[in-house]
Design a protein around this ligand. Structure first.
Ligand code: HEC
Length: 172
């Protein structure tokens, strides 16, 4: 009996100490607890009024999205060496990890895709109009795995990459 009461006493002391530590920690906490911070309910704050001209109503990505690939024309000269040079470095930033440094689809990241990235020097791709390539790069390939890169690559840079790809020509 004596043993049990000693054990009970010990347990009580331990519990009390733990409780004291916890409350001490809680009371000295610098960051407010969730239940102490003010809760903002829906519509409690006034609605923000959108400034004029925040949403573009003409130009921009929507135009490209709406047009057929066949109707999109590249703003660049196909043989402009400066554009081709710029397109090359952009290709190695945005495409090579999947399509490979030899454009054959053997990029490291690309190997985890199904279907695998295609050969960009195949006759199929090389004979495709630039506008269609633009749409594929920008918005992905329907039911395919090409990532839509419209929000990643600027419009003019997309055209530069396409000019570069076209300059490679079909694989022999
Ligand atoms: C994250 C990986 C990835 C990146 C980055 C990527 N692609 Fe692809 N691409 C793919 C895959 C996977 C396919 C195969 C898609 C399919 O057939 O559905 C593909 C397909 C294509 C096709 C169609 C090929 C064909 O045979 O019809 C073109 C063109 C293409 N990519 C161009 C590009 C260009 C240009 C870039 C860089 C701007 C790029 N891709 C970046 C993964 C990628």
């Amino acid at each position: 009996m004596k043993r049990i009461s000693i054990l009970a006493l010990l347990a009580a002391v331990v519990l009390m100490t733990v409780y004291m530590f916890l409350t001490l920690y809680d009371e000295n906490l610098k960051i407010g607890r969730m239940w102490e911070t003010p809760a903002v309910r829906p519509y409690e704050e006034p609605m923000l009024i959108m400034e004029k001209a925040v949403i573009p109503v003409k130009g921009g990505e929507a135009v490209f999205r709406g047009l057929r690939g066949e109707d999109l024309i590249s703003p660049f000269e196909n043989s402009d060496p400066q554009v081709i040079e710029a397109g090359k470095s952009l290709y190695f930033i945005y495409c090579a990890q999947c399509h490979g440094k030899y454009f054959d689809g053997n990029g490291t990241v690309g190997q985890s895709f199904h279907p695998l990235p295609g050969d960009l020097q195949s006759v199929r791709v090389q004979s495709r109009p630039q506008g269609i390539l633009f749409k594929e790069i920008s918005y992905g390939i329907p039911n395919g795995r090409q990532p839509p890169l419209a929000t990643t690559i600027a419009v003019m840079d997309r055209w530069r990459i396409i000019t570069y790809l076209k300059s490679l020509g079909p694989r022999e």
